[in-house]
Ligand binder design. Structure first.
Ligand code: EPZ
Length: 454
């Protein structure tokens, strides 16, 4: 087993996934009802925010995924007492925050990118932060320069050590004027989590404004922070001396909802996604409809199915309110069944179309242009790093043996195997449990024909 596979296997085990291999007999529509809970990309950050409070915080609707467990382990290493009063709740008590042993942090951090967001809260609480090598999906270089530049602007000193990055704040942290080169989700969160307790006012220009970030701002405001979201991606944060704990229900996981919607589209199924809401998914729903999908927005969720034959679409991934990069992989599988030529421009990450190789092995007609493509009708200005996938359909997919490369790519392989005629074997399954709660049980609930092995 290589180290990535070991990480994936460990991740799966932590959330009760006992097997790292699934054998799927495809060609059958998925139908039924499943529920999505709090967003991975909010819950993990909300947990870090609890470090800033002087009293305990209660987070509700927390998904049982391994990324949550990684952050839980890290908080524990820093002396935060984390308990689960009820299923889906986390009570985070930061009263006794203390320095952690580097080896413990290093062992946990290997499989996630969240540790970098501990910097600001740890600087405020302990005067020092030590960040080991970061994990997360291998979908590009994923540098952390925006994070480090922002921390320096707050007065932090960043040193590279043999263990990782050591960050200190000998004179405390002060407000800063920061303009991000790109509206990075993580760097915006870094600034928020640092500025709320820094001395003075911080102005952040070119901030990310994803719904998960707005939910983090809501949490920080509940804790006592003063944060103004201005037009044009500018955020002002007035530092305060004290923050208290919060009680908060995490925003739903729109990435998971979009993934199951794409599964309904690809397999000609009918899936009710309980907990999905329309406002955060407007852009996805537009594309879903144009691709031939039908949806019915109800009080407690959204029902996804097909309206008729699937149609090709042109998509450019972008920051919010654009089409999220996390939505494209599951959608690409459905587009292999559309009648005509679809184009997916990936403009956020430079290496997020590699997963299509396995789809081609399964019979899809997908050509990846590693330098992107010119298009007269495009909305997003060209970025240096972008790639484009040209998908020609419809193609019959057939079963294959594939290995999960990353979280969203992995879920798209599940969809492809469920769409394909014949039997597929998917290994390295643990990676999917980083972000999809109880996905095996959900497949059962939707009538998928599969067995777990190994
Ligand atoms: C978050 O990653 C999400 N992860 C990603 O979800 C999501 O795809 C991404 O935001 C975009 O929405 C979490 O929330 C844990 P970025 P993040 O900083 O914050 C470049 C999933 O599948 N950049 O917005 O790491 C970067 O390389 C995952 O759930 C720098 O150049 O993304 C990328 O091209 C995968 N320097 C772009 O900015 C930096 O210091 C956007 O990244 C930081 C980022």
């Amino acid at each position: 087993m290589d180290s990535l596979t070991k990480d994936a296997a460990k991740a799966g085990l932590r959330v009760g996934l006992t097997s790292d291999k699934i054998v799927i007999h495809g060609g059958k529509p998925l139908a039924g009802r499943i529920r999505v809970r709090g967003a991975k990309n909010l819950a993990t950050k909300a947990m870090v925010a609890a470090l800033l409070g002087e009293t305990p915080s209660l987070l509700q609707d927390v998904p049982n995924i391994s990324d949550v467990n990684v952050v839980r382990g890290m908080l524990g290493a820093y002396g935060v007492a984390v308990t689960a009063p009820e299923e889906g709740q986390l009570l985070l008590d930061p009263t006794n925050v203390e320095r952690a042993h580097f080896a413990e942090i290093d062992a946990l951090a290997g499989s996630s990118r969240i540790p970098i967001l501990f910097c600001g809260p740890l600087l405020h609480r302990l005067g020092e932060a030590l960040i080991p090598d970061l994990g997360g999906c291998r979908i590009g270089d994923r540098p952390i320069d925006f994070h480090m530049d922002a921390l320096r602007a707050f007065g932090a000193v960043v040193d590279k050590s043999y263990e990782g990055i050591r960050i200190t704040a000998p004179d405390g942290l002060h407000g800063a004027d920061i303009e991000l080169p790109y509206p990075s989700v993580g760097a915006t969160e870094q600034v928020l989590l640092t500025a709320v307790r820094a001395r003075g006012v911080t102005e952040l220009k070119n901030a990310a404004i994803e719904p998960e970030i707005m939910d983090l701002i809501a949490i920080l405001q509940k804790m006592g922070a003063i944060i103004w979201v201005e037009p044009n991606r500018t955020i002002f944060i007035e530092g305060v001396d004290h923050l208290a704990g919060y009680t908060h229900r995490a925003i739903f996981d729109r990435n998971e909802a979009a993934s199951w919607a794409s599964a309904a589209l690809a397999t000609d199924g009918d899936i009710f996604v309980e907990g999905a809401k329309q406002p955060e998914m407007l852009t996805f729903l537009n594309v879903f409809r144009k691709a031939g999908g039908a949806f019915d927005v109800q009080e407690d969720g959204i029902r996804f199915s097909r309206a008729g034959e699937l149609k090709p679409v042109q998509v450019e991934t972008d920051v919010h309110p654009g089409f999220m990069t996390d939505w494209q992989q599951p959608l690409v599988v459905a587009l292999t069944q559309a009648d005509g030529v679809s184009v997916v421009h990936e403009t956020v990450y430079e290496n997020r179309l590699g997963f299509t190789d396995a789809l081609v092995e399964m019979g899809a007609d997908i050509v990846v242009h590693t330098d992107g493509l010119e298009s007269l009708t495009r909305r997003v200005p060209r970025r240096k790093l972008e790639q484009a996938a040209v998908i020609t359909g419809p193609t019959k997919l057939h079963g294959a043996d594939v290995r999960v490369p990353d979280l969203r790519g992995g879920f798209s392989y599940l969809i492809a195997a469920l769409t394909a005629e014949g039997t597929s074997t998917i290994t390295n399954l643990g990676i999917i449990s980083r972000g999809y709660e109880h996905f095996v049980d959900k497949l059962t609930a939707l009538g998928a024909d599969f067995s777990l092995e190994g």
